[in-house]
Design a protein. Structure first.
Length: 486
């Protein structure tokens, strides 16, 4: 069954069931079906034969879901852009997408007030379904194209593995829709007639509001980054009493620490904890494993799991041969969940993607190893990291810091605490030192950078140097700079 038919089916058999709850607003399946159909007709009438992507800018409003489904029902991919992204970066994403039209929740409401009789034609299996823009090493965001067949392969796997009961689940939506982790909760929920319970950035910033929302949510499936769960564990009341219906935790986006998994099993003895792994280019996740007491006892760090059926993971060494079992190499993913490439960037696509026998493959740039069929993630090969669930290229941040008017050079590094990635730190060489203190200079740089980058990409600490230490090759000596952070 077409994914859109699966979603619309609930609008027919259970039209009053809540599809989405966000900040007190509820969108039913009947409303979602009717309004996404109407929005598809509006786009078809407005855009005609133009099938270019449609960026949708907002933050967890019900209109976002209506626009997502309406856009693909009209035969166009959508580009989710969260309001937390600075306007300048959002503008570049819109420009790089070649947008047919850019929409906000308010614009969606206006469109729904204009009835149309146009007959839309929805996306096919090999058509782009959504495009998520990730951090690029040159400072330009790059758009990962995910087709309907990519998404379907991922959703079918998740539904088969987790066996979500129809019209019975309440899924936590923690990640913004511009972060591909949200695809896990959004489409697993919609495809099974579940309820998506969104928590906004305002609620996350206010612990009292956040925990009150949890207590009233009825969440049965928790989807988040491990860091978010670890943050919640600081609250002593975060446990089975607060979330009595919780049946499972699904983690992706960064490393799940043994300690975090153990605490969750203590606090929620009736719930399962699942660890998954996968880059945006391979549609959210490609491996999974249930982390129980036995897995915790046998593995530290934890494995990221077994391969999803139909998809193959290969660990290759530096000579591009298959690494022996247990030896480290680059993780290569091949299968129906692999993206066809980056939007409008044939050069980047050629470097990272390949195809053989009709099967696409992606070089992840991640270190990993295989042991007895289990995949282990060992970090990034290049300067790309995952911090608090967000994929970040340090070169992207460095490019933006260097673009500031008074900065002549910059290096951005990761600060580690207790063996975990903690924050970002920047070293800068200024064109003019000025009279301000280092603290004042740091505040000024952060303010300027916040206008260009999301908050999670702004370094917490800035250090001003006269010059960087150099390697014999004439490059900034990052090892020596890292030692200055200790």
């Amino acid at each position: 069954m077409h994914l859109l038919d699966q979603i619309d089916h609930c609008g027919v058999v259970a039209p009053d069931r809540p599809a989405h709850v966000s900040e007190g607003r509820t969108l039913t399946y009947g409303e979602l079906r009717k309004q996404s159909d109407a929005f598809a007709a509006y786009l078809t009438e407005t855009l005609g034969d133009n099938r270019a992507p449609v960026p949708i800018i907002g933050h967890k409003e019900p209109e976002m879901l209506i626009a997502f489904l309406g856009t693909v029902k009209s035969g166009r991919p959508y580009v989710p852009i969260d309001l937390s992204i600075p306007a300048q970066r959002a503008e570049r994403i819109v420009a790089n997408s070649g947008a047919a039209l850019t929409l906000t929740p308010a614009a969606v409401r206006e469109a729904l007030a204009k009835p149309s009789s146009a007959k839309p034609q929805r996306v096919g299996p090999d058509d782009p379904y959504y495009i998520i823009f990730t951090s690029g090493s040159t400072g330009e965001p790059k758009g990962v194209v995910i087709t309907l067949s990519c998404l379907t392969s991922f959703v079918d796997w998740m539904l088969a593995e987790q066996a979500f009961p129809a019209q019975a689940e309440v899924f936590l939506n923690q990640a913004p829709f511009s972060f591909d982790l949200s695809v896990m909760d959004l489409y697993c929920s919609l495809a099974t007639g579940g309820t998506l319970f969104s928590i906004t950035k305002e609620a996350i910033a206010n612990p009292k509001v956040l925990y009150q929302a949890f207590a009233q949510s009825g969440i049965t499936t928790w989807v988040s980054t491990p860091s978010f769960a670890q943050m919640c564990l600081v609250e002593k009341s975060f446990g089975e009493t607060m979330l009595p219906s919780l049946r499972r935790f699904l983690f992706c986006g960064e490393t799940l620490a043994n300690e975090t998994a153990a605490q969750l099993l203590d606090r929620f003895p009736a719930a399962e904890v699942w660890n998954t792994y996968g880059p945006t280019e391979a549609t959210v996740a490609t491996t999974s494993i249930r982390v129980d007491r036995d897995v915790l006892a046998r593995h530290s760090p934890l494995p990221v799991g077994y391969m999803m059926p139909g998809t193959k993971i290969t660990i290759v060494d530096e000579s591009h041969g298959i690494a022996p079992d247990g030896e480290r190499g680059e993780i290569i993913i091949s299968g129906p969940n692999v993206s066809p490439g980056y939007l409008g960037r044939a050069d980047l696509t050629a470097k990272a993607f390949s195809e053989s026998g009709g099967i696409r493959a992606y070089r992840t740039g991640d270190w990993g190893r295989m042991r007895d069929g289990l995949v282990f993630f060992d970090g990034r090969i290049d300067g790309q990291i995952k911090l608090n669930g967000y994929r970040i290229e340090l070169g992207d941040i460095e490019s933006h810091v260097r673009s500031l008017s008074n900065v002549s050079d910059a290096v951005v590094l990761v600060v580690e605490k207790g063996g975990k990635l903690d924050s970002l730190a920047a070293f800068v060489v200024l064109k003019e030192r000025g009279e301000g203190s280092d603290f004042e200079l740091s505040l000024g740089l952060k303010k300027q950078l916040a206008e260009r980058l999301p908050s999670y990409m702004v370094p917490r600490k800035f250090s001003v140097l006269e010059a960087f230490p150099m390697t014999p090759n004439g490059k900034a000596d990052r090892r020596k700079l890292a030692e200055m952070l200790r």
